[in-house]
Write a protein that binds this ligand. Structure first.
Ligand SMILES: Nc1ncnc2c1ncn2[C@@H]1O[C@H](COP(=O)(O)OP(=O)(O)OP(=O)(O)O)[C@@H](O)[C@H]1O
Length: 261
């Protein structure tokens, strides 16, 4: 198999909800060591693509292969090699971090003691040692996000789906997580990174895939995209490729309505 398709291969992926097409022929292949910035406007179809790959959404047309296996034909074994940080997570927040992470580790097939030990050391590196036995419901937004990141990585997955992984993190933690991602990619992990924070995507992605209206409208390194679009920043490229130039007009109208007596 071509190493550049060996982790993930999506061919002609279509998905509709009651006749409303949200994915229109997505073709995407990825290999080890890539950090793919998967971006697009709200409702473009990013989460739907990711949820299909995770086996959470059925009823699509096309072929999705992970690690060379068609996910429609295999059981759930391939999921052991996947980690996922969802945009909004329902953490079982009556549990403590220790209980939650042990539970997650066991779901991924880890032995309880091994999961506990690894979770405790990872939480310590995120400064969560003192809170490790407190209920997650008492955690701040950033602390919860750190737990999600740990739980996505506990089983050492080869493919990571991260949806706004830096959400709620302070500047120091953001730096740590960016470094972690770069190191994981250097070890051959594949990272699928969805975010609306364009300057971070621009910096950390080795490849950027822009989806609009359920179709891929750009795929390449930031430098490739910049050369093609003749724009300076990823934010400008994003606006150009999604045909958006009305921000000032919309802001004017918004503020004038706000000002109404
Ligand atoms: N279960 C569902 N039933 C009906 N429509 C859905 C369902 N899930 C998603 N959609 C629609 O599919 C389209 C794509 O949604 P999706 O969540 O994939 O977008 P997204 O690119 O992840 O957006 P965002 O940036 O807002 O997270 C949207 O129009 C959404 O309303």
């Amino acid at each position: 198999m071509n190493p550049l398709e060996s982790v993930l291969s999506i061919s002609d992926l279509w998905m509709d909800y009651g006749g409303n097409y949200v994915l229109r022929g997505i073709d995407l292949k990825a290999g080890p060591g890539q950090i793919i910035g998967y971006i697009g406007p709200n409702g473009a179809g990013k989460s739907t693509t990711v949820k299909i790959m995770l086996g959470l959404v059925q009823g699509y047309r096309g072929t999705v292969k992970l690690f060379g296996t068609n996910i429609a034909e295999e059981g759930t074994n391939y999921k052991r090699r996947i980690g996922y940080v969802p945009e909004t997570a329902d953490l079982y927040d009556v549990l403590t971090a220790r209980e939650y992470l042990m539970f997650m580790g066991e779901l991924y097939g880890m032995e309880a003691g091994a999961a506990e030990n690894k979770a405790m050391r990872l939480a310590g590196l995120f400064g969560l040692d003192k809170a490790f036995d407190s209920r997650i419901s008492s955690y701040s937004k950033g602390m919860k996000q750190k737990i999600l990141l740990i739980s996505s990585l506990l089983h050492n997955p080869d493919l990571l789906f991260l949806d706004e992984p830096l959400s709620g993190l302070d500047a120091n933690s953001v730096m740590i997580v960016k470094e972690i991602m770069a190191r994981l990619a250097a070890q051959g992990k594949t990272i699928f990174y969805s975010s609306h924070i364009m300057d971070v995507v621009e910096k950390i992605s080795s490849r950027i895939v822009l989806i609009n209206g359920g179709q891929i409208v750009a795929d390449g390194s930031f430098e490739d995209l910049r050369t093609k679009s003749q724009e300076g920043t990823l934010e400008q490229i994003f606006n150009q490729l999604t045909g958006f130039s009305d921000h000032e007009e919309i802001a004017d109208s918004f503020v004038s309505i706000v000002k109404e007596g």
